[in-house]
Write a protein that binds this ligand. Structure first.
Ligand code: FES
Ligand code: FE2
Length: 363
C-alpha cells in the first residue's frame, strides 16, 4: 500500500438537488420567452397576460422544438414548429389541426416563487410539491427604503456545485485566500439550514474593526450572509446573496449579490458612492474564492487536520438533498453545532488572480 495520500473522486451521478434555486431577478423576465439551460436540460420562462411568471419544460414533446422560440398567447405558449399550445399548467390546450388532444400531451410546469426581488424554481427529481418550511425566507430589507437594491453579478463556474458549498465549512481558507484569517468560526446544521458564523480581521471590508458574518444556506442552493463591517471609519451593514443553479453536473451559474444599508446623514450621492465602493470590495473578496474553483480538483476524501472546519459533516448535510425524501437518514439533518478554535495563526498570503476570460458579467 502506498504511503502517499491519494485523492479519490468518484464519477458524479446525474441527479440535481431537491430545493429552491434562484434564476435571477424578477425584472429579468417579461412577456418574451426566455431560454434557460439548467439541470442538464432546457426550460422556457415567460410572463403570461396576468403577469405571473411561468416556467415550462423547454423542449416540445411533439417533435422536440425549442419552446423558447415560441409565442405567448394569454398564459399559454405556442410551439413555433407545428403550433401545439401549452397552458400555464403544462397541459396542451390547443392543436390547430387535430380533432383530439392526446391524453399524454402534458409537460412539467415548474414550481416558481418570486420573493426578495428574486425568482426561484423548485427542483425535485421525485416531482413532489415544495416543502413549505424550506421556502426562502422573506428579507424585510428588500422592500425597505433604508437599503440599496441588490447589485447582482452572474457568472458561469465550470465545476461541480459541491466546491461552492464546501466553502461553508472551510475555515482555513480565509487567511490565505482573502487575507482575513478567521478569529472565531462556527458551523451549525439543522434540517435544511446550514450556518457559518465568522469573525475576523479584514482591512478591506472592516478597516480596523472586526468583520462579522453570519452566512445561512436555506436548502442546497441559496445562501444569504448578514455582514457587519466598516468603510472609511463608517460602520457598514450589508447582505450578500450567493445563489447557484447547476447547468450540468460539471458547471453551474452563480449569482452573487450585495445590498447595503444606506447611510443616514449622507447626501444621496455620498451614500451611492459608499454603496458602490462597498459592493465592489465585497465582489472582489468573493471572486478570490471563485478563482480557485476554476482550477482545483474535486476531492471526495479531503485530508483534514484538527484546525479544519467540519467539511465531512457539511457534506453529509448537503447529501440530504440528493436522495429521495423517504431515504434521508435522520443523522444527516439533525441539529449539530461545531466551534473551531482559531488558536493557530493562519498565514496570510493573499492571492486574488482572476482567470483571464472568466470575469463576471452584470446580471
Ligand atoms: S414540435 Fe412543437 S408542435 Fe411540433
Ligand atoms: Fe471565501
Amino acid at each position: 500500500m502506498s504511503k502517499y495520500a491519494k485523492i479519490e473522486a468518484a464519477v458524479i451521478e446525474e441527479r440535481y438537488a431537491r430545493g429552491w434555486h434562484c434564476i435571477g431577478k424578477g425584472t429579468d423576465y417579461g412577456k418574451e420567452p426566455v431560454r434557460l439551460d439548467y439541470f442538464g436540460t432546457r426550460f422556457v420562462a415567460y410572463r403570461g397576460e396576468d403577469g405571473q411568471l411561468i416556467v415550462l419544460d423547454g423542449f416540445c414533446p411533439h417533435m422536440g422544438a425549442d419552446l423558447s422560440e415560441g409565442y405567448v398567447e394569454g398564459n399559454s405558449l405556442r410551439c413555433p414548429m407545428h403550433s401545439w399550445r401549452w397552458g400555464e399548467d403544462g397541459v396542451c390546450d390547443d392543436i390547430p389541426y387535430a380533432k383530439k388532444i392526446p391524453s399524454k400531451a402534458c409537460i412539467k410546469s415548474w414550481p416558481i416563487l418570486e420573493r426578495n426581488g428574486l425568482v426561484y424554481i423548485y427542483n425535485d427529481p421525485e416531482d413532489n410539491a415544495p416543502i413549505p418550511e424550506q421556502m426562502p425566507p422573506v428579507i424585510e430589507a428588500c422592500s425597505s427604503d433604508d437599503w440599496s437594491d441588490w447589485q447582482v453579478v452572474k457568472m458561469e463556474i465550470k465545476t461541480n456545485v459541491r466546491e461552492l458549498v464546501d466553502n461553508m465549512a472551510d475555515k482555513a481558507h480565509f487567511g490565505p485566500v482573502h487575507g482575513s484569517a478567521a478569529l472565531k468560526f462556527e458551523n451549525e446544521f439543522d434540517r435544511h439550514i446550514a450556518i457559518q458564523r465568522m469573525e475576523g480581521k479584514s482591512p478591506r471590508l472592516a478597516g480596523d474593526a472586526i468583520l462579522k458574518t453570519v452566512a445561512t444556506y436555506y436548502g442546497p442552493a441559496y445562501m444569504i450572509t448578514e455582514m457587519s463591517g466598516e468603510m472609511n471609519g463608517v460602520p457598514v451593514e450589508s447582505k450578500l446573496l450567493v445563489a447557484h443553479i447547476p447547468t450540468t453536473t460539471e458547471s453551474f451559474d452563480l449569482r452573487f449579490g450585495v445590498m447595503v444599508k444606506l447611510f443616514p446623514g449622507m447626501t444621496k450621492e455620498q451614500s451611492d458612492a459608499m454603496v458602490k465602493g462597498y459592493v465592489d470590495l465585497a465582489q472582489e473578496a468573493f471572486f478570490e474564492d471563485v478563482a480557485y474553483w476554476h482550477t482545483k480538483k474535486r476531492v471526495d476524501n479531503p485530508l483534514l487536520c484538527d484546525g479544519d472546519g467540519p467539511i465531512y459533516r457539511l457534506r453529509q448535510w448537503y447529501n440530504q438533498f440528493y436522495v429521495d425524501i423517504a431515504d434521508v437518514p435522520t443523522m444527516w439533518n439533525e441539529p449539530k453545532h461545531y466551534t473551531t478554535d482559531s488558536v493557530n495563526p493562519i498565514p496570510v498570503q493573499k492571492s486574488s488572480a482572476w482567470p483571464k476570460g472568466k470575469q463576471p458579467v452584470e446580471a
